[in-house]
Design a protein around this ligand. Sequence first.
Ligand SMILES: C[S@@+](CC[C@H](N)C(=O)[O-])C[C@H]1O[C@@H](n2cnc3c(N)ncnc32)[C@H](O)[C@@H]1O
Length: 235
Amino acid sequence: MSGQEAPNLQERFAAVNGEHQALWKALWDDGTYTPWDRGSSSPSLVDLLQDHPELLQTPTPSSQLTALVPGCGRGYDVLLFASHGLNAFGLELSPSAVVEARKNAEKNPAPAGTHTFVTGDFFTKDWQGKEDGIPAGFDIVYDYTFLCALDPSQGLRPKWAARMAELVKPGGKLICLEFPLYKGFDLPGPPWPLRSEIYQELLENVGFVREMHITPKRYLEAGQGSDMVSVWRRT
Ligand SMILES: C[S@@+](CC[C@H](N)C(=O)[O-])C[C@H]1O[C@@H](n2cnc3c(N)ncnc32)[C@H](O)[C@@H]1O
């Protein structure tokens, strides 16, 4: 930090002695500094769902798939899944983020499916019994800017993988927009640096099989052209 400049995200996280959940909540409560928010879904996810309709195929014409977006922020991806007819759920640690997500949903046209935003900690199960209709397992879980928001020095990455294995139904899919793959390991987070090999080791250890690993046609600038999309089947 230099002169009178406000601290950036990495400086704020470095300053709180590992109390990261409290800082996420404080940032959302304040609401004026959410630099991770790009105001829409990543075009990489938009293209994936459009180009691979088989991912959204239901077992019978009348059934509906469920999707979960952990750390959903303002919920753009939840609304995208709902627009494809899914029953989509957004999970946020911060009650203020859930308020923002619900406001954002009101501004958007009514989707074909449903959207539900719930406050809770990804690592606990209590939010799943909190409101009617939140399932124990999901057909699709989507991770973008969530794994990279968890400090690896706190041992959260294997816990993330184990929890994903609980949340994705057997036969269901975990979609990861792998980010930030360009970032040096010497640089502070969030976002903390990742590599495709890290996703692979974490997820294969808990029973996921990688079915797709592609370079997206379109991507957000934040990934500096290095983002990859991976789709994992829960065995
Ligand atoms: C980098 S932000 C990304 C938000 C959103 N995915 C987006 O791209 O705009 C990470 C989000 O994860 C949320 N979060 C962090 N830890 C969490 C946890 N344990 N359970 C649920 N949400 C969490 C934070 O509140 C924050 O909104």
